[in-house]
Write a protein that binds this ligand. Structure first.
Ligand SMILES: [Zn+2]
Ligand SMILES: [Zn+2]
Length: 293
């Protein structure tokens, strides 16, 4: 592992207590200073999700569906990109952001990936604590597969995944409803306003704003929706999840998918329940985003 990335990986571990402290500070200020209703049970569920993932699942379950593909891509890479200058880091940043955009867009449109990503969208309030609720099943979904092309091109896996971690760390501050629109930054960056729309389940806001650090790929691929002052965001899933049980939160969509597959009448339906859009039903009566809209 290049020493710079080893140091970065260490630094990211130290970011965990800082992130939790800032989210807790927000919760305290909203509760005792702003005197707003704050869902502390949801806060606890998100914290349990974060700690179980970082100190349980990641340490003891190294298995990921993507590992063989990553190994193969690195072994058969086209070239080796030397990470020794600004241009190489700029390419790594933009390449990672591009892969992130497609990971994220697919996670909203293919139920197999949504089964994990739904967890991030399950909080019914938009707070900093919700930022680190990602679920426990990312490795099972194989979400790292989306970065295989970058590795095949010649970017070292450790550099790609360290950049992804930085991308996710950047997104922490986006999860809050009290930071207003930020002027010209809204054109380039993913901001709290853009991410509020992303987490909203109002029909007009569904399936939009997939960027990580940047919002430019949403502009390019036509998935940008701008927050409207006269349309307050309603946060959470289209069919709200009301539990605060961390394991129910982590596995609810997997269980629903398994139930649908079990009860399906044909193999075509079974495949559609797994690889079709979330909410798909054979009778067309489901909650697919396009139909909801
Ligand atoms: Zn999302
Ligand atoms: Zn988010």
């Amino acid at each position: 592992m290049p020493p710079a990335f080893a140091a970065l990986t260490d630094a990211l571990v130290y970011s965990i207590p800082i992130v939790i402290a800032v989210a807790t500070l927000e919760a305290l200020v909203l509760t005792f200073v702003a005197r707003r209703p704050y869902d502390w049970r949801s806060y606890a569920a998100s914290l349990a999700d974060f700690l179980t993932r970082e100190f349980g699942v990641r340490r003891f379950l190294a298995f990921s569906l993507a590992v063989p593909a990553i190994g193969w891509a690195w072994q058969h890479r086209l070239t080796t990109v030397p990470l020794n200058g600004a241009l190489a880091f700029a390419l790594l940043f933009v390449g990672q952001e591009f892969c992130y955009y497609w990971f994220h867009r697919t996670s909203h449109r293919v139920r197999w990936f949504w089964a994990t990503h739904a967890v991030h969208h399950s909080p019914n309030e938009f707070t900093l604590a919700a930022a680190y609720r990602f679920g426990l099943t990312g490795a099972l979904s194989g979400t790292s597969l989306f970065y295989v092309p970058l590795i095949w091109l010649g970017f070292p896996p450790v550099a790609v995944f360290a950049t992804l971690s930085l991308n996710l760390l950047y997104q922490f501050w986006l999860h809050t409803d009290w930071i207003p629109k930020l002027g010209w930054l809204e054109y380039v960056l993913n901001t709290p306003s853009h991410h509020r729309v992303h987490h909203a389940s109002n029909p007009h806001y569904l399936d939009a704003n997939y960027g990580g650090v940047l919002i430019v790929f949403d502009r390019l691929f036509g998935t940008l929706v701008v927050e409207q002052n006269d349309m307050p965001c309603r946060y959470g899933l289209v069919k709200p999840l009301l539990t605060n049980n961390p394991f129910e939160i982590a596995f609810h969509e997997w269980l629903a998918m398994a139930r649908d597959v079990w009860q399906a009448k044909s193999w075509r339906h079974r495949l559609a329940f797994v690889f079709g859009p979330p909410g798909w039903r054979p009778d067309g009566d489901g909650l697919v985003a396009r139909a909801v809209r």
